[in-house]
Design a protein around this ligand. Sequence first.
Ligand SMILES: *Cc1c(COP(=O)(O)O)cnc(C)c1O
Length: 331
Amino acid sequence: MTNIPDRVPLANLPTKIEKLERLSAQLGGPSLFIKRDDQTGTEFSGNKVRKLEYSLKEALAAGHDYVITCGGIQSNHCRSTAAAAAKLGLKSYLVLRGNEPQEPDGNLLLDHLLGAQIRYITAEEYRERRAEIMESVKDKLTGQGYKPYIIPEGASNGIGSFGYYTALREIVEQEKELGVHFDAIVVAVGSGGTYAGLLLASKTLHYKADIIGINVCDDEYYFRHVIDSILQDSGRYLQEDIAYAKQDFHIIDGYVGQGYGISSPEVRQFIFDFAKLEGVILDPVYTGKALFGLVEEIKKGRFNDLHNILFIHTGGLFGLFPQKHEFINPN
Ligand SMILES: *Cc1c(COP(=O)(O)O)cnc(C)c1O
């Protein structure tokens, strides 16, 4: 494909793929593997930096000097953006949902260290008017002589989606090295860009694996719409339509629990058990819920006809610390 946009290298790539020997044996189903996108970097850690490699290349190429984005107080995306901006000598401005806490913790502490400007807005403002608010920040900064570039929530737009196009190409190379083929690739879905990028790549590279998302907020219907519009935006860069069939779209709904950012006792117990079993720490907002969901589906026999499944660990470690009280006693 010739029209893939350029990227600015930021992440530690390729990330490792490891077999989850003990969990696979315990479940007696398909072999489970994990791709360590939690190890894309320390400050960058997680999936967002792959998208930012494309967003920020676009920003740099057009001469922008300030990056504006938005998310929750503990947004991994905002922290990655603040880190990437600092690394590239750009300024960053974060519009965060929630009240300013007395002491910054987790990702928010790192946002401060990385020099991000922060504005706190209410949940309602965030839901109804975050795009407008980011535009007003842009106007203000423009008035001060800056040239700001807005990145939407999660960098989940057309340009950002190429981050996981590149990730799938990396996976194809690693399959050759490892001598395995993955029948399914599974990922947590929060703002849809990671899933959209994987689907885009699987279609354009004619890659034969089921791309499965497990949503951690909203529902399947919502994400159908979101992912569709991200892919239309990706198509603008490729200057072609991305053709995919309804059955290519595979979101497993049912593991949101009480809502975004709220983990159940079962998920917290699973995070404990998995850490002890495999030496890998999951986060309570995304990967803990998603891998818990995958394991539950395997137990139900849903993937009995598959040989190898790859779960992408999309990071989120810093988000564990502000929820530490929930983990003193998981029940
Ligand atoms: C943002 C995020 C996701 C979800 O990715 P989207 O592209 O927003 O769907 C998954 N895991 C972690 C740790 C994240 O921060």
